[in-house]
Design a protein around this ligand. Sequence first.
Ligand code: ATP
Length: 464
Amino acid sequence: MSNDINELTDSASAGKATMEKITSLAKRRGFVFQSSEIYGGQSGAWDYGPLGVELKNRIAAVWRKEMTQLQDDIVGLDSAILMHPRVWEASGHVENFTDPLVDCKKCKTRFRSDQIPEDKLAAKICPECGGELTDTRKFNLMFRTSIGAVEEEGNTIYLRPETAQGIYVNYKNIIQSNRMKIPFGIAQIGKAFRNEIVTKNFIFRTCEFEQMEMQFFVKPGTDEQWFNEWKKRRWAFYEKLGVNTNNLRWHQHGKDELAHYAKDAYDIEYLFPMGWKELEGVHNRSDYDLTRHAQFSGKDLQYIEQETNERYTPYIIETSAGLTRTLLMLLCDAYDEETVTEKGSSGNTAEETRTVLRFHPLIAPITVAVLPLMKKDGLAELAQEIKNELREDFSADYDQSGAIGRRYRRQDEAGTPFCVTVDYESKEDNTVTLRFRDSMEQVRVNRTELCARLHEEIKSYKRI
Ligand code: ATP
């Protein structure tokens, strides 16, 4: 490895991501592509490429583990996207799930009126071209379609705008089938759809997206305590993923922001390149949801405490995060550029900038890449063999093309935390070089200990 001793000359990491850089890296490396790109693209929709789908699935798996396996009394659910239309009347979405919109009569741009300066709105002046704005109209964000062969009144069905309602309508089923006792939670990950008008900022706000939601059912009176508890647990989740906590903050909903049903609500916000934006909501939804579904369905949704026979409608503490928005956050948070000095084979040093995604190994799309120093002399075969061993436990990649330094750069840019390099020594003494993405340090490890060592490194990972 003599020709690739790198030295870190600049390690500051904050604030290097711009939306332009993230979007371009995401496309270049196959994280995210524009939907239907060859037809000019479909706004508000994105496709997750080979690295993107791995990253998304891993974030989902980490969330699911955190919210079910590592918790007492939280169970999973996967409810249908299509639900009875009365659900959305009961939830208030038919009536209230609206954005206030204005159009410019001149340039035809459409705006959310809460997102243009107040003076411009009052004077009805377009912030883009100075043209005249229309009056504010309410626009429902639910996608509406029809079910059945004939398109007529009564066949209306909605694409769900949130996954939470699937949980509320299954609450009784889950109590009965799984003998759940309050307090307990139901967690689910799934697609949601909103007819968003302003969909700029890449995958931040899209028409089709995924949510990771957990609804925790509690006895009235214990709701505030559970609300505070869930605030703590959700913050700890991001810490565990190694997110830079300087870029996270709480935002409490003021009286004007609070949804009509909510008793209290906080958002975890992240400092995206375009500013502080909501990442996840933690809400005390009171007994609104179950009360409404009981009214609209005519079913008794009260909980009966076995010991005391006490009946009540549970309060719900909700934690609601966007999976695709979390993916964007993690891309931004992991993004770093640094100047490194690389010693070439001639002994000369050259400065270059490396782009690196400092993903936590638990979510990195590729955990380990195996690289033969040379293709010849049996090194490629040996490296393949090692890769085949490692892929039983880890997502493993194999790359033999180009100079070793270039290959490290490619893996850095994909966020691969570990590289294993197979060289001539490996053939002699069964050792390989293990290279760490963040520090670029290299250590010699016996092949027989490699797998256990990687497990250990993942478990003890701390972002530098
Ligand atoms: P926003 O204020 O950004 O529109 P919201 O308050 O409507 O969000 P919620 O209804 O609380 O969002 O949804 C919970 C989470 O789902 C959000 O914190 C966000 O991470 C995600 N989310 C909501 N809408 C979208 C969207 N259009 N695209 C991507 N993710 C979204």
